[in-house]
Write a protein that binds this ligand. Structure first.
Ligand SMILES: *Cc1c(COP(=O)(O)O)cnc(C)c1O
Length: 343
């Protein structure tokens, strides 16, 4: 099977499994797991932050950061297509008593600067206090677009000016840095906290890392424990994360090239239209024309018969995510499978 449903489907390579088997471990709740400590240090170094915190998932990373930044009854500004708003089971509301102040995500994944300014609450007896602004980079539901350092800096300035915190859902921040050809630390510099996933394009089996100032990370370590995310000999998975940062991070750009090849091939097929003429990073969102008899679900079943798995993101829309296990031949096979199914 050529599995393009997500970059989360990436399984550990034999080399990574060897690293896992040999990992030095200890009890991480006691702060004694050398592999976890190294991963946290290395992550913070890569992102230019003081400290890091290893977290079981991206969802828990965002949640722990938001619970630490915000008290009950306060408000977070975030996009209507943000992963945190759409796909994290309402955790900030259910577990944090935090209200989401939703602004429209523009096509390029940004929030309008004027919209943000207007959404920040006044110091009025009626208003919930605004505590946090959140951005997502790359922006998943907006096609994997990368938000620029310049835009992020402008949002950071608003946050500073109004004494708000600024969190970045950087599940795929290294894809953004690769696409923009910038240092990832530059992209996240204005943010007080940033979460990234090891378990997506980086190809590790489990885990995310949250980075920020040392005092914030110390407080969030406690929040993570409260959420049940304190792990013991987690070095087994942290070692895979370290391997991923060293060996797989430099390969992300190849995923982007292959996504471009895939888009070029699919864009030439009658009845298919691309969301982005050139995919911004590793994702290809594609729409089926109305004239075609098949909808997305029916097409996906036929593609599956040809050995291709795609994500369904709408009645007539697919998402395909290119990752470390997809090679040039696979890209050709996927294009051919679409041609066969739609002809
Ligand atoms: C995947 C993802 C998350 C959550 O990560 P999980 O490890 O799946 O919980 C958060 N934000 C974005 C943008 C993501 O793509």
């Amino acid at each position: 099977m050529i599995d393009l449903r997500s970059d989360t489907v990436t399984k550990p390579s034999p080399e990574m499994r060897e690293v896992i088997a040999k990992a030095a471990v200890g009890d991480d709740v006691y702060g004694e797991d050398p592999s976890v400590n190294l991963l946290e240090e290395e992550s913070a170094r890569l992102l230019g932050k003081e400290a890091g915190l290893f977290i079981p998932s991206g969802t828990m990373g965002n949640l722990a950061a938001m619970l630490t930044h915000c008290e009950r009854g306060s408000e977070i500004i975030l996009g209507d297509k943000a992963h945190t708003f759409l796909y994290e089971v309402g955790g900030i509301a259910a577990l944090g008593g935090i209200q989401a102040h939703i602004l429209p995500n523009q096509q390029d994944g940004t929030l309008g600067l004027e919209d943000i300014r207007k959404a920040i609450r006044m110091d009025d007896i009626h208003d919930p206090p605004t505590r946090l602004i959140t951005l997502e980079n790359t922006h998943n539901r907006c096609g994997g677009v990368a938000l620029t350092g310049e835009y992020t800096r402008q949002v950071g300035e608003i946050a500073k000016e109004r004494q708000l915190k600024f969190h970045l859902d950087g599940a795929r921040i290294f894809n953004a840095a690769a696409a923009l050809k910038v240092n990832p630390a530059e992209l996240v510099e204005p943010a007080d906290s940033v979460m990234f996933c090891l378990s997506k394009g980086l190809g590790a089996p489990v885990g995310s890392v949250l980075c920020g100032e040392a005092a914030f990370i110390k407080r969030t370590r406690k929040t993570r424990k409260m959420l049940g995310g304190g792990m013991r000999q987690a070095g087994m998975i942290a070692a895979a994360g370290l391997y991923a940062l060293e060996k797989n991070l430099p390969l992300l750009i190849q995923d982007h090239q292959r996504a471009a090849d895939l888009a070029r091939g699919l864009g030439g097929i009658e009845g298919l239209t691309l969301e982005h003429e050139k995919p911004p990073t590793n994702m290809v969102y594609i729409n089926l024309a109305r004239e075609l008899l098949l909808n997305a679900e029916e097409t996906a079943i036929k593609l599956k018969d040809k050995g291709v798995l795609v994500g369904i993101t709408g009645e007539r829309q697919f998402r395909m995510v290119v990752h470390i296990w997809i090679n040039d031949q696979d890209v050709e096979k996927v294009i051919q499978a679409f041609k066969d199914v739609l002809s």
